[in-house]
Design a protein around this ligand. Structure first.
Ligand code: HGY
Ligand code: MN
Ligand code: MN
Ligand code: MN
Length: 395
């Protein structure tokens, strides 16, 4: 198992940020896709790429009611080694051990790696699984731009894909009988190697564009400025304050882009991305509404304007309790945990019975190089996934 992750370890290392930066259709993604195809071939599986750039490795011919497992291979900028790859590597390891044990599945089994789960390049998380289920309009997806202004369609075409075919994939959905995603824990709740997911908190991303008047940092009088950095800064600190006043609320600004971004230049505009999360959809809505009001007021106080755009939103997800309880029972009553992290499993849960297994992370940290899972716990995760797949694919 650790050998599988070792093979990935050199792909997408980020010397500047630490950790890994792997984003859809970049060079690290190309190498990750090669890794996926090599692993699939080593397991005797047939690799296909669906119309939305998601990878599938089939044990047996693609067919209806398949048992599908996997996760994603892309990362956040400077992310850890486990978020995503652990689920894909464990899926291959579990299928491998079933095959070596002579198990014959009664229905097709597939390993999948969804594209752009982190939204690290084009800004919309779970882009591949949203496209597959029709949860995002393909025209909007085609037009998404990365920081260099390249559209998703241009990047997909440059990588050999056909963006004109993006969209809900009825055939893939017919194949999807059940989906099980193994994932590194993102938090420190597990006191044993493996747990199951109860559900996913509501969450979303909003872009606040503050516009003012660019000017010279040295000559513009303080009483004659319209500096969008001021309301931007107010939003950053208000996010923490408003979330702290919301039960189990979280609001984060991890990304902020001043234009033009010169040290001696008063910005003409500042983009601020807000990530807001809470156990219920209404609470997220309330947090964002309150922060939008504060942002408008702070902008007006500085003679600036602000435009707010919802970039993505996911309602709270409750996983299929029958499948969850079946997994937990198979895993010696593994504990069921809520999670504040979004996953492709959360998107697919709207279409098929879906479950998630979590592997203990002793640091509890994720989306950073300190993310970790011990080899013994990873091996326990593979054994757990193998048991679940055997049960779901049994005659
Ligand atoms: O942002 C998330 O929760 C996930 O890691 N994409
Ligand atoms: Mn993640
Ligand atoms: Mn993930
Ligand atoms: Mn000058």
């Amino acid at each position: 198992m650790s050998g599988l992750l070792d093979d990935l370890a050199d792909i997408g290392r980020d010397p500047h940020r630490g950790g890994y930066s792997r984003h859809v259709f970049d060079d690290a993604d190309r190498r990750s896709r090669e890794w996926f195809a090599d692993r699939a071939a080593a397991c005797g599986l047939t690799t296909t790429t669906d119309r939305n750039a998601n990878l599938w490795a089939w044990w047996g011919p693609p067919g209806p009611d398949a048992v599908v497992t996997g996760s994603h291979l892309d990362s956040v900028p400077g992310g850890g080694a486990f978020d995503g790859p652990l689920g894909v590597a464990s899926a291959f390891a579990a299928v491998d051990s079933l095959r070596h044990a002579g198990f014959r599945p009664a229905r097709p089994v597939a390993v999948v790696a969804f594209a752009e789960e982190e939204g690290g390049r084009f800004g919309v998380p779970c882009l591949g699984s949203r496209l597959l289920t029709g949860a995002i309009d393909p025209d909007r997806a085609r037009a998404l731009r990365d920081a260099d202004g390249t559209t998703f369609a241009e990047a997909m075409r440059a990588a050999g894909g056909a963006p004109e075919h993006l969209g809900r994939d009825e055939e893939a959905l017919r194949h999807l009988g059940r989906f099980v995603e193994l994932h590194v824990e993102q938090g420190r709740a597990l006191d044993r190697a493996v747990g199951v997911a109860r559900g996913i908190d509501a969450h979303g991303r909003w872009r606040f564009r503050f516009t003012g008047r660019g000017d010279h940092a040295g000559t513009a009088r303080l009483d004659d400025r319209r500096d969008p950095m001021l309301p931007a800064a107010a939003l950053v600190t208000a996010a923490r304050r408003v979330a702290a006043a919301t039960p189990d609320g979280r609001a984060t600004v991890g990304r902020l882009r001043p234009v033009p971004g010169g040290t001696n230049v008063i910005a003409s505009a500042v983009d601020v991305w807000l990530d807001a999360r809470a156990p219920g959809d209404a609470r997220v809505r309330d947090v964002v509404a309150e922060l939008t009001g504060l942002a408008r007021q702070a902008a007006a106080d500085e003679g600036c304007a602000v435009a707010v755009t919802e970039e993505s939103r996911s309602g709270a997800v409750r996983f299929d309790t029958a499948l969850r309880d079946r997994c937990a029972a198979l895993l010696d009553d593994a504990p069921a945990l809520p999670t504040g992290a979004g996953h492709d499993a959360g998107v697919l849960a709207a279409e098929v019975p879906t479950a998630m297994l979590f592997v203990r992370n002793p640091t509890g940290i994720s989306h950073a190089p300190q993310e970790h899972a011990e080899p013994d716990d990873c091996a326990a995760g593979v054994r757990a996934l193998t048991r679940v797949l055997r049960e779901l694919a049994a005659p």
